[in-house]
Design a protein around this ligand. Structure first.
Ligand code: IVH
Length: 674
């Protein structure tokens, strides 16, 4: 080798080592040291060197992840140690029974230590490392033999092609889960749909389907990730005597393990972990379908042994399913405050995402047509976190006969006015305006709601009565009419005592003192939510200035695009709306000048929320922080100003403590919002 060749070889080796190191910082430590562009630059340099000097290219070079030649079929692989499955628990009692059995078999009264892990919703994989090199990757198969998917596993950036450091066993089977993050899954499905290809039902199927592709170039394009959760066969090497320590050891060798793993004590510790993860679930970037508890001491694991194909020392505590099937009993159209007609599927009640659901939104008529939902169909219903339940799709194979397609009504189901749907718009609307009782009800309900004018006691039921019956011969038409209500008026309604009537009138009086942001939000201008309302208030400071603003000026407000600007502009050009606003002010609704309310108190501050709050959901907290000018992000970094920790905070709290980020409780958050 010439001197020059030596220099090139050394440079290639150096680049490879650096790339591996930064991959490890990024995936395993979740703590990147350099920006992505820097990584890409090194990657390209190595690619170029290897292209010019093919003899320098090693099979485990980071450049070799892009996918080699397609395979003809999958070879069978015999696992060196069987891949087991897990027993399931679905209730707290079943969890306690598991812990009791464990202690009985171990003959101990003492609290057992469990490694608590998330149950990743992907597909199991076994990675065989020989002398630290990834030589084979196999699916679980029947537990004894699986399929060789090495060609695809090599394309997964979070699977190391080489182990780091020293001291790893000569042969080691690393066991873990391959999964597709939620965002990657969405992107993939959009892309597939765009191509007219078949989409995947869920991220698990997408991960499993990708792993079973013959052409690794396909897998290389798809966002697969990996977390290890254990080991199989071990030859010539010793591992720690606790499962949790084994995972730590794997991490040291550059294998990615979940940062959410904890060691907990007894059934109570397990239950706490479950409750906590249930809270974190919706906010995680990937799906988990439960948590897994494993007796931590290997000696205890060995004493417990196995039953058929599952270990006695582990259990999966499953979350309530987020997707279930049920039958559509009917499709109705609901009329919202802007007159929008929303198709709603009436369902045979089902338990999904932890609650019983009997209605699911179908969003708009286009969606009904696209999904081809018909009465009598069996459908998949999804409810994740606090999100409104929705119909995901129809199970075509279960359709009986030829039910009629659902059609958009030509007349409003509430007031009978014409339904209009401008060319190219997904949303159909009732043209009845305030003549339509449904729109009136929804407008008033929104006006009085907590985050708008906050009139306690003026809820759905009361609004319904007021709109349907009126009081004392007076119709309740607009928000301004609310301020003319007396306690005698209210006491005349069904099931309304004098005391409650007086309380509601007092609440109405209190609501007169408000802020411009709340007032604007309460008006129910289409597309103007709480955040936009606050931004408008901050920008214009005076209602009069906003009312006369031209589209161009409106568009300079943060968060306001052409559509919103158009709506706002239009709203204030309607004589009727101006009349209502004037009547409200005449009836005493007022607010301090925006300049002194400090509603931008949180401007420039970044928040992260973790754990459950008491007075509001996390979504509400986010909206309120944003309304006050703050920003809410999903993960803690050195740029985070505050971490708001509710009860049972998750790993974000720990991260905040590590980084020295200020942690506040709910009370302090409320203080800041004030
Ligand atoms: S342990 C000896 N831990 O769930 C126990 N499995 O039915 C073997 N899974 O096939 C599995 N997350 O694909 C274990 N933290 C975790 C897991 C996990 C997901 C999957 C795995 C396995 C299935 C068990």
């Amino acid at each position: 080798m010439t001197k020059a060749d030596q220099a090139v070889a050394a440079r290639a080796a150096d680049l490879r080592e650096r790339l591996e190191y930064h991959n490890y910082r990024y995936y395993v430590l979740d703590d990147p040291e350099i920006p992505d562009v820097e990584y890409d630059r090194m990657f390209r340099e190595l690619q170029q060197l290897e292209a010019e000097h093919p003899e320098l290219c090693t099979p485990d070079s980071p450049t070799q992840r892009v996918g080699g030649a397609p395979v003809e079929g999958f070879d069978e692989v015999r696992h060196l140690q069987p891949m087991l499955s897990l027993e399931n628990a679905f209730t707290a009692e079943e969890l306690q029974a598991f812990d009791r059995r464990v202690r009985e078999r171990l003959g101990t009264e003492a609290e057992v230590s469990y490694a608590a892990e998330t149950k990743l919703d992907g597909t199991a994989i076994s990675l065989l490392y020989e002398d630290g090199h990834l030589v084979r990757a196999a699916t679980r198969g029947d537990g004894q033999t699986g399929e060789d998917v090495t060609h695809n596993a090599r394309t997964v950036d979070s699977i190391p092609l080489r182990l780091r450091g020293k001291g790893y066993p000569a042969r080691l089977e690393v066991r873990g889960e391959i999964f597709m993050p939620k965002s990657g899954f969405e992107r993939l499905n959009k892309h597939l749909a765009g191509q007219g290809s078949k989409t995947f039902v869920n991220p698990r199927n997408a991960a499993a389907g990708t792993l079973r592709q013959l052409d690794p170039k396909v897998a290389a394009q798809r966002p697969l990730e990996f977390f290890a959760y254990g080991v199989g066969f071990v030859e010539d090497g010793k591992l720690p005597d606790r499962h949790s320590a084994t995972l730590e050891r794997l991490k040291g060798w550059g294998v990615r393990v979940s940062p959410l793993t904890r060691v907990v004590g007894g059934a109570d510790g397990c239950q706490d972990y479950y409750d906590n993860m249930m809270q974190e679930r919706a906010g995680l970037p990937y799906e988990i379908d439960g948590v897994v508890f494993k007796v931590d001491q290997r000696e205890q694991q060995q004493a417990l042994g196995f039953v058929s194909r599952a270990p006695r020392w582990a259990i999966a505590f499953k979350f309530p399913a987020e997707e279930v099937t049920t039958v559509v009993n009917g499709v109705d159209f609901q009329v919202g405050r802007t007159g929008a007609l929303t198709p709603v599927a009436r369902l045979e009640p089902v338990f999904v995402g932890g609650v019983t659901v009997s209605n699911a939104t179908l969003h708009n008529i286009d969606e009904v047509e696209r999904k081809d939902v018909r009465v009598g169909d069996t459908v998949i219903v999804r409810r994740a976190g606090d999100v409104i339940p929705e119909v995901v799709r129809v199970l075509d194979e279960r359709r009986k006969g030829e039910p009629e397609p659902v059609e958009l009504p030509t007349n409003c189901p509430v007031c009978g006015s014409d339904v209009v749907r401008p060319e190219g718009h997904a949303v159909a609307r009732c043209s009845g305006g305030l003549f339509c009782a449904a729109q009136r009800k929804e407008k008033l309900r929104h006006f009085a709601s907590r985050r708008a004018m906050d009139i306690e006691g003026l809820g759905t039921k009361l609004v319904e009565q007021l709109v349907e019956q009126g009081v004392d011969g007076k119709q309740i038409q607009t928000a301004a009419d609310i301020y003319r209500l007396t306690s005698e008026d209210l006491a005349g309604l069904d099931r309304m005592g004098e005391k409650s009537a007086a309380n509601i009138v007092a609440a109405i009086q209190r609501s007169k003192e408000t802020t411009l942001g709340r007032f604007l939000f309460a008006l129910g201008i289409p597309e103007v939510g709480e955040v936009t309302a606050a931004n408008l208030a901050r920008h214009f400071q005076q209602l009069g200035t906003l009312m006369h603003a031209e589209i161009e000026e409106l568009e300079t407000v943060p968060d306001v695009g052409p559509v919103v600007a158009q709506h706002v502009h239009e709203f204030f050009r309607q004589p009727h709306n101006v009349e209502v606003i004037e009547a409200l002010q005449e009836n005493g609704v007022h607010w301090p000048s925006e300049a002194v309310t400090g509603s931008h108190a949180l401007a420039g501050k970044t928040f992260v929320l973790t754990g459950a709050l008491e007075t509001m959901t996390r979504d509400e907290a986010r909206d309120r922080i944003q309304a006050a000018g703050g920003k809410v992000t999903g993960s803690v970094s050195s740029k985070t100003d505050f971490v708001v920790a509710g009860t049972d905070p998750g790993s974000k709290l720990k991260k905040a403590e590590q980084l020295g980020v200020k942690v506040v409780g709910e009370a302090e958050l409320l203080q800041l919002l004030r």
